[in-house]
Design a protein. Structure first.
Length: 339
């Protein structure tokens, strides 16, 4: 597959089935993804997936990105989870409003996967700011925390959005590496632990002015836009899809297709509609994993069983990318909140 620009979805499924899934149990026990997994994604052109072809990418629209995310998650959720973090960096660099110097320096290597990105949008989350950016001589200074940063040690750059002065959101590109004032503490996870997720503490970390991307008015609704929430739903579809394929043809296949259609339809609706669709996808992943475990019986709880791995991944996806409306919808579906 090296050097080949892949079609969607057939060749992506080939990558998931022939490279990622056979190694999924081994990766589940690792502290970090094998470099070979990320190299395979780079060789397939997937790091530039959302970038127009004329700029060096695959030119996939949101639907194409969702399809790729779903297929990769069906093979190895940890790999898919690290890969989707890169999307924020590459789309930002390709955007017209991004400073040309940043685009010229990094867009090519970032599309090729030679430079890989992570993301934290903690500055967009409603509520009291957890991470602040303030002007400093020669650039910006960061103080506070980013509780969930994925791919530490696997990525090179971090696209970071912090709360700026006068209720603004400041976006910067930060080196994903040890530096003065920065402390990384590992988050040990019950699933996708190989994603190398950390908590970052910033104590006056200085970011040079040439790494500045943008400063806009803080919008509490920015992190709740349906298009921002849609891709994460593909991870739940991927886990469900793998369970369905291990189970064989059955009613869950129709539920999976209906969930996918519901997520796609919600793109044209509002946040509440997308929240309901996301909740439905996450709940389906839990039920599909439970069905697989029941079908497999006692062997499902052995350490080398895909059923128990997929069940833990479904648990992870109940809380990943959770927003209040999704949480409420899920609790209702699970019988723990009024209808």
């Amino acid at each position: 597959m090296v050097g080949r620009v892949i079609a969607v979805p057939r060749d992506v499924r080939e990558l998931a089935d022939e490279v990622l899934f056979p190694a999924a149990m081994r990766v589940d026990g690792l502290d970090a993804l094998p470099a070979a997994h990320l190299d395979a994604l780079a060789a397939a052109g997937l790091y530039g997936a959302p970038v127009p072809r004329e700029a060096g990418g695959l030119g996939l629209d949101l639907g194409g990105i969702c399809t790729v995310a779903e297929e990769l998650a069906s093979g190895c959720l940890a790999t898919a989870f690290v890969w989707i973090q890169h999307r924020g960096l590459v789309t930002t660099l390709a955007a017209e409003g991004t400073p040309a110097a940043l685009r010229d320096q990094w867009l090519g290597p970032v599309c090729q996967g030679k430079v890989r990105g992570g993301i934290t949008t903690i500055g967009l989350i409603p509520g009291p700011p957890q991470l602040r950016a303030r002007p400093a001589p020669g650039g910006w200074q960061l103080s506070g925390e980013a509780p969930w940063v994925t791919g530490w040690g696997l990525v090179d750059l971090l696209l970071l959005t912090a709360r700026g002065p006068e209720e603004t959101a400041v976006t910067l590109i930060v080196d994903a590496a040890a530096q003065p004032g920065l402390t990384a503490s590992r988050q040990w996870l019950a699933a996708v632990n190989a994603s190398a997720t950390v908590r970052l503490r910033f104590d006056g970390v200085t970011v040079p002015g040439e790494r500045f991307v943008s400063r806009v008015a803080f919008d509490p609704a920015a992190s709740l836009r349906p298009d921002r929430l849609r891709v994460d739903g593909s991870l739940a579809l991927g886990v469900t899809g793998r369970c369905c394929r291990l189970l064989g043809p059955g009613p869950l296949d129709d539920e999976l297709a209906a969930c996918r259609q519901r997520l796609d339809a919600a793109l044209a609706a509002d946040t509440a509609t997308m929240a309901q669709a996301r909740a439905a996808a996450s709940e389906l992943a839990v039920r599909a994993a439970a069905a697989l475990a029941v079908r497999d019986g006692s062997k499902a709880v052995t350490a080398d069983a895909h059923a128990q791995r997929l069940a833990r991944e479904a648990l992870f996806l109940l809380v990943f990318g959770l927003r209040p409306a999704i949480k409420t919808a899920l609790l209702r579906r699970l019988g723990a909140a009024p209808g």
